[in-house]
Design a binder for this molecule. Structure first.
Ligand SMILES: Cc1ncc(C[n+]2csc(CCOP(=O)(O)OP(=O)(O)O)c2C)c(N)n1
Ligand SMILES: [Mg+2]
Length: 588
């Protein structure tokens, strides 16, 4: 392996781009190779050598972006994904969409060209050069650029990182002309201190506004906090708990986003889900003041609780999200009336509200001496299709508690939201933002990469459909020795859509027993463990009972603790929690 001479100056344009990526703190770049960035690839291998940015080869561009997405969810800072020309960008685009909807920063680097048509090779350079390549993804990124010089590239990358990490965060795209990469670097433009190009401080509210809102919450009879998209920061977490205790607010959390509040705290009102449970809706109806901390789909949640009627509660929305809303997507969700709209960061504002409320008096709820007990999952025997989901989740949860701390990176769609207690911001990372099946494997590898040097056990519970769409992402984890435990909730079906077909059949009075056609993954059965082994992972299963699952978990966790990628194929029942099944098929 060549090693870079530290004093070496960049000789080629792409050497400079490597220096630039390192300068802005890009520790890793995930990529699938392509001639449009062969200059940059050479510089990563022979100029960056063992230094950052370190290269991770992926088997599909969607994984490159998903890995960067999962990484940023844990690390809180962006890594890079390098996508070949227009074709790689198209492959990566679903994962870019997911990161955008999830408000997670990713530095997507691309390539094209040569833009100068006189310099193109026949055929392929013409195919792989698009005018305005960024247009392919511009509807779901925060910013893009195609710089025409190294100086412009420097400014573009500095700006891209600043924009990606400014709240609300999101992906950005910088596309490098292959001619720029391959040209000699005559003069390397100076790299300015990064501290002068950081994202601005997270915005709060004026003190007078904080005092007014704090007064309303403190005086409320039944305040309620919807803890939505918040930070992974431990101090923010403790302040959020103190805020709820100060005003005695019931807190609801959301399974679509990362951990926001301890689920065993007496103020935690209902098990989280992808959709609000009946208990959660009842708590909302009882509230007189509702504080939304950037809750995903405030309108839909309030409508589920109150119908289309006027809401009796005073609604306070704390969110910066409006700055990203455009006409392309609906990730802003529905429109709702807001009584007090605080356009600021929910954690910064939460801290301000806490300080202002502390000046008003003692906490309305004394901090609990002990946590409230978690309802034990029902102990069920194995069902006809496999392990019932409550038993499946309960077995995984007790295993993770024995091997704590763990990070539940994500779960399958049928996972019962209350099955695993959450008590730290990194206990659970949430879903993918855009509900794109196939995102699970890549995002899990990225989260595990960011957890690699920590004591947390990275654990992903994935649907079989999700696993199968992205399985080759696990090769990258094996290749770069990224420990990870994956449990596949294998119901041998794209079951989500069986639920939909059942609904349609009922409405149309057609045979419900046909709902499985075109959804089941059974004839032939897919050997999930063999697919995992083919990526170099260790694999167990299929396991059909809770006892077999427990044994497999014990062995797999030992393997992960010694640096391995472990996959368990667990046969589970075809079922969804009632709140999920009902919400999915609404529309009559
Ligand atoms: C890219 C993409 N394709 C299709 C869908 C539609 N879809 C939503 S959930 C789902 C089934 C996923 O199967 P699996 O991961 O096994 O989960 P299960 O519903 O069986 O628990 C499908 C196909 C989607 N959301 N995204
Ligand atoms: Mg499935």
């Amino acid at each position: 392996m060549n090693t870079k001479n530290d004093s070496a100056a960049p000789r080629w344009g792409s050497d400079y781009l490597v220096d630039l990526m390192r300068h802005v703190g890009v520790e890793y770049v995930a990529l699938n190779p392509g001639a449009s960035f062969r200059g940059l690839h050479d510089s990563l291998v022979n100029y960056a050598a063992e230094q950052s940015p370190r290269m991770l080869t992926v088997l599909h561009e969607e994984h490159a972006v998903a890995i960067a997405h999962g990484y940023a969810k844990v690390a809180g800072r962006p890594m890079g994904a390098i996508l070949h020309a227009n074709v790689g960008l198209l492959h990566g685009s679903m994962a870019i969409f997911d990161a955008y909807c999830d408000r997670v920063p990713v530095m997507v680097f691309g390539a094209t060209g040569p833009v100068d048509t006189a310099r193109r090779r026949p055929w392929i350079d013409w195919l792989h050069t698009s005018k305005d390549q960024g247009a392919l993804v511009r509807s779901f990124i925060k910013w893009d650029a195609e710089p025409a010089s190294l100086e412009a590239a420097r400014d573009a990358v500095l700006r891209a990182r600043q924009i990606a990490t400014t709240l609300p965060q999101g992906p950005v795209y910088v596309c490098f002309d292959s001619a720029l990469q391959e040209a000699p670097c005559a003069v390397a433009p100076a790299l300015p201190p990064l501290r002068r190009h950081e994202a601005p401080r997270r915005p709060g509210v004026p003190d007078s506004v904080a005092r007014e809102v704090a007064g309303r919450l403190y005086a409320a009879r039944r305040p309620l906090i919807l803890a939505g998209r918040v930070s992974r920061n431990e101090e923010d977490w403790h302040r959020r708990v103190a805020l709820a205790e100060q005003c005695g607010a019931t807190v609801l959390t959301d399974f679509k986003v990362g951990a926001a509040f301890p689920t065993r705290h007496p103020l935690h009102g209902a098990a989280p889900g992808y959709f609000m449970s009946q208990e959660g809706l009842a708590a909302l109806r009882a509230a007189d003041v509702i504080l939304s901390l950037d809750w995903v789909d405030l309108a839909g949640t309030l409508r589920s609780a109150f119908g289309a009627d006027t809401m009796p509660a005073h609604i306070i929305q704390v969110s910066l999200d409006q700055t990203l809303h455009n006409g392309f997507g609906g990730e802003h969700q529905g429109l709702t009336g807001i009584d007090t709209y605080l356009m600021c960061d929910p954690d910064e504002c939460g801290g301000q509200l806490l300080d202002a409320m502390r000046a008003l008096g003692a906490p309305r709820m004394a901090p609990p001496a002990t946590e409230s007990p978690q309802a034990a999952p029902r102990d069920e025997a194995s069902g006809p299709d496999g392990i019932p989901l409550t038993g499946f989740a309960g077995t995984i949860s007790s295993s993770l508690r024995q091997h704590a701390p763990a990070c539940l990176i994500r779960t399958n769609l049928g996972w019962p939201g209350g099955a695993h207690p959450i008590s730290h911001p990194l206990d659970y990372l949430g879903y993918d933002g855009g509900a794109g099946v196939g995102s699970g494997p890549g995002m899990s590898v990225g989260a595990a990469l960011a957890l690699k040097d920590s004591t947390r056990l990275p654990v992903a519970v994935l649907g079989d459909g999700d696993f199968l769409m992205g399985v080759t992402a696990f090769w990258t984890a094996v290749r770069y020795e990224i420990p990870l435990l994956v449990i596949v909730a294998n119901n041998r079906s794209f079951f989500n859509d069986e639920v939909h077909q059942e609904k349609v059949a009922i409405v149309r009075e057609r045979p419900v027993e046909n709902k499985w056609v075109g959804q089941r993954l059974e004839t032939p059965e897919i050997d999930i463990a063999a697919m995992a082994r083919a990526q170099g992972a260790q694999a167990w299963g299929p396991v059909n009972t809770k006892n077999e699952l427990e044994r497999a978990l014990n062995e797999a966790i030992v393997a992960v603790r010694t640096g391995k990628v472990a996959v368990i194929d667990a046969r589970v029942g075809r079922e969804y929690a009632p709140a999920m099944a009902n919400a999915l098929t609404r529309g009559d």
